[in-house]
Ligand binder design. Structure first.
Ligand code: KG4
Ligand code: ZN
Length: 354
């Protein structure tokens, strides 16, 4: 079975062909991602109208490139999975209307997908990513069939979300906590802006942090010890702003120190709460997802704390390129949560939640 995934929720235009092989494992046949990030870097963030215009420009070329390996897409593709939310309304509409058009022409069902579940299901994508996780794994004794076990705790850390979701199965879940203000990615991006780094600043902060002095800048850990699973990062941003205001010249050294201090604060809070929830709910698996899940310190610190805590859980994280927005994860989610809907019932929902 082959699913064509389409993802246009924000500033990436992506199409992907994902196949379920005989072993039941998902295999990416082709994954194309075009990004309008360079354009948004010039405006210091995303202007929704610009993002939607770029989606329109890239959508058809991206699909054409993706389906090229197929001799006859019309017969080879079994279904179309498309992100219906959450995201920017103009951007989402481009993907959804394209999916509907293809569905009519090719006479294929559409599976509407929640982008947030897409980030979670990026973990089911490739055998290769599982192998990477095996190496990273704290107790490296994977289950015999190497399959992801429930109950699982999903940590979604993206530009707009910092959520802990407890998954009892593919169809039953409970949100344990969310951010009350800025999301983790947003915190990286806003702090980056304060120290003169381009949008999106997460990867650049991680790079600069490598040269930072661990004793130079320490920032608060908002809500680390609160008795819930919520997060808050706006106070951290304010603390960095206060520091930056006192600095006359932002040298590379200072930028590195602040990058390290901020990265450590964000990672510390997120990993502390994730391990606490994993312990409380006795989960078998921790699944990372979202752009910030590409952060090496986050991955390493989570493993470190898991080992210290002696928890018997496996940590999975998608390949780094599949942490940020892509259509392969949308197709992957569709395989497990495949509820097709009639065209007239499929609409975009910018505020869609779990
Ligand atoms: O999941 P994503 O691609 O888009 C949303 O759905 O929001 O996440 C983008 C976010 C940005 O805020 C970016 O700064 C952050 O992920 N990000 C990182 C890293 N790579 C991307 N943050 C920290 N470290 C990274 N290596
Ligand atoms: Zn995303």
């Amino acid at each position: 079975m082959i699913i064509l995934g389409i993802e246009t929720s924000c500033d990436e235009t992506s199409a992907s062909l994902v196949k379920k092989g005989a072993s039941g494992n998902l295999e990416i046949i082709n994954n194309t991602v075009a990004t309008s990030l360079d354009l948004h870097a010039t405006t210091g963030g995303i202007i929704p109208e610009n993002a939607a215009r770029e989606q329109l420009k890239y959508m058809l070329p991206v699909i054409q490139k993706t389906i090229k390996p197929l001799h006859d897409p019309k017969t080879q593709i079994d279904a179309i999975a498309v992100t219906v939310g959450p995201g920017l309304i103009g951007s989402l509409l481009v993907g959804v209307e394209t999916a509907k058009t293809l569905s009519l022409i090719w006479k294929k069902p559409i599976i509407p997908v929640n982008h947030l579940f897409g980030h979670i299901y990026a973990n089911w994508l490739t055998a290769e990513s599982k192998a990477t996780n095996q190496k990273l794994s704290a107790n490296s004794k994977l289950d015999k069939n190497d399959s992801i076990q429930f109950p699982a705790l999903a940590l979604i850390v993206s530009g707009n979300h910092t959520d802990l979701v407890l998954m009892f199965s593919h169809v039953k879940h409970e949100v344990l906590g969310s951010t009350r203000d800025d999301a983790a990615g947003e915190a990286f991006d806003k702090i980056g802006r304060l120290i003169g780094l381009n949008y999106p600043a997460g990867p650049e902060i991680a790079k600069r942090a490598k040269n930072g002095n661990p004793d130079a800048a320490t920032f608060p850990r908002p809500m680390k010890y609160s008795h819930d699973y919520d997060f808050s990062f706006s106070g951290l941003k304010t603390a960095v702003l206060r520091d930056v205001k006192q600095i006359k010249i932002l040298t590379d050294e200072i930028i590195a120190d602040i990058s390290l201090g901020a990265e450590e604060a964000i990672v510390d809070v997120i990993t502390h709460k994730t391990i606490k929830a994993a312990r409380q709910y006795k989960v078998k698996t921790i699944l990372l997802g979202g752009g910030v899940a590409a952060n090496t310190k986050l991955r390493e610190e989570l493993h470190r704390k898991l080992v210290i805590d002696g928890l018997d859980a496996q940590i999975y994280a998608p390949e780094k390129s599949l942490c940020t927005d892509n259509a392969a994860m949308i197709a992957a989610a569709a395989f497990f949560r495949n509820k097709t809907q009639s065209l007239k019932d499929i609409t975009v929902d910018p505020e869609l939640y779990y």
